[in-house]
Ligand binder design. Structure first.
Ligand code: UD1
Length: 336
């Protein structure tokens, strides 16, 4: 049985991936200090699978502690989710982002080298495309013009992985560029846990619908799109999680050195207003909203070309925007 270290395994995407890894017969080991998560995620994982997650509560930039995890667990591969991801916070506190996001990858690559672990899946983001040169965005579109320090940490980590795989011909790396992950597990035992006021659209929608927020502000309705609001590629987190399993299985069949990048999106763009109205339709709940000014740093439209993920990994999304918004609402109701 293949053993995989899942850094950030108590986080939003990491926890859903833990479920899919287990279902695929892997042994996923969580490395997460729960700084952006809660015990309830671990309980949720147990409720879904009947298995108590193995977790090492350590900071991924702590080389000694990471080394001990590798000594103890003897993993075959790693999926590295652990990172800070709040765009606005990264503008206010860039050093936190450069330290945690880049520092944890440096530490991880060193520990992997010391223990001769060669297979790695890395969480990247469509933010590396900046504005994007064409739509849908393909993997060979130019990267590097990210709109925030958070975005730049992903650009730098991707480059670090390209350089590391040139230097170590045994390394096999897949970098997954996520578009907009939303939704929750259909069981409503795990989902997103935004800290404080949500920055992202869907947690804000669910909180506004639940009456926890006054109203949603739609950031701009004067963009050159079909209804004036921005277009994004919203992908159900369960579809996204499944891609990580396929990526690990695909890596295992490849020859090293390998450093390949894949888009993970639905290939469909939806506007903010479409997301709001779909939420209302599938859940039969109203979302109080107003139109506000544009948000600094937002790109007009971004959605994925998914041909490479389909042709190479054999991955395609199975769930719809409506499914994701239904599951997000169930999770909100479960949170209370
Ligand atoms: C951002 C990041 C992305 C990151 C993701 C998750 C950039 C360019 N994008 O995506 O890399 O992975 O967050 O953390 O850095 N909106 C509203 N009202 C709200 C909130 C959002 O109208 O209250 C709109 C936004 O203007 C945007 C869309 O909803 O058009 C999606 O926003 P959001 O969920 O924050 O994700 P992105 O900004 O696309």
């Amino acid at each position: 049985m293949k053993k995989t270290i899942v850094t950030g395994g108590a986080g939003f995407i990491g926890s859903h991936t833990w479920v899919e890894l287990l279902a695929a017969g892997c042994t996923p080991i969580i490395v997460d200090d729960l700084r952006n998560s809660e015990e309830r995620v671990l309980l949720g994982l147990e409720k879904i699978t009947g298995r108590k997650p193995v977790i090492h509560r350590i900071d991924c930039t702590d080389a000694r502690a990471m080394n001990l995890v590798f000594v103890q667990e003897k993993p075959d591969s790693v999926i590295h989710f652990a990172a800070d991801k709040a765009v606005g916070e990264s503008v206010r506190d860039p050093l936190k982002y450069y330290h945690n996001n880049i520092g944890s990858l440096v530490t991880l690559l060193r520990v992997m080298a010391d223990h001769k672990v060669k297979d790695l899946v890395f969480s990247s983001s469509c933010t590396v495309y900046g504005e994007g040169d064409k739509l849908p965005v393909t993997e060979d579109s130019p990267t590097g013009a990210a709109a925030s320090p958070y975005g730049y940490t992903k650009v730098v980590c991707e480059q670090m992985l390209r350089d590391a795989s040139i230097a170590d011909p045994a390394l096999r790396v897949v970098m997954l560029r996520y578009f907009n992950p939303i939704g929750a597990h259909p069981s409503a035992h795990i989902g997103e846990l935004p800290i404080g006021v949500p920055n992202n659209l869907v947690p804000f929608i669910t909180q506004a619908a639940a009456g926890l927020r006054d109203k949603l502000t739609v950031f701009g309705n004067d963009y050159p799109t079909r209804d004036g609001s921005c277009i994004r590629d919203y992908i159900h987190v369960v579809d996204l999680a499944k891609a990580h399993v396929l990526a690990l299985q695909w890596i295992a069949k490849q020859k090293a050195p390998l450093c390949e990048v894949f888009n993970l999106g639905t290939g469909q763009g939806n506007t903010v207003l479409e997301a709001v109205h779909t939420f209302e339709e599938v859940n039969g709940v109203k979302v109080p909203f107003v139109i506000g000014p544009r948000r600094a740093g937002d790109v007009v439209a971004m959605y994925a070309d998914t041909a490479k993920s389909l042709n190479v990994l054999g991955w395609r999304t199975e769930l719809t925007l409506g499914d994701a918004l239904r599951d997000a609402w169930r999770w909100q109701l479960a949170l209370g």
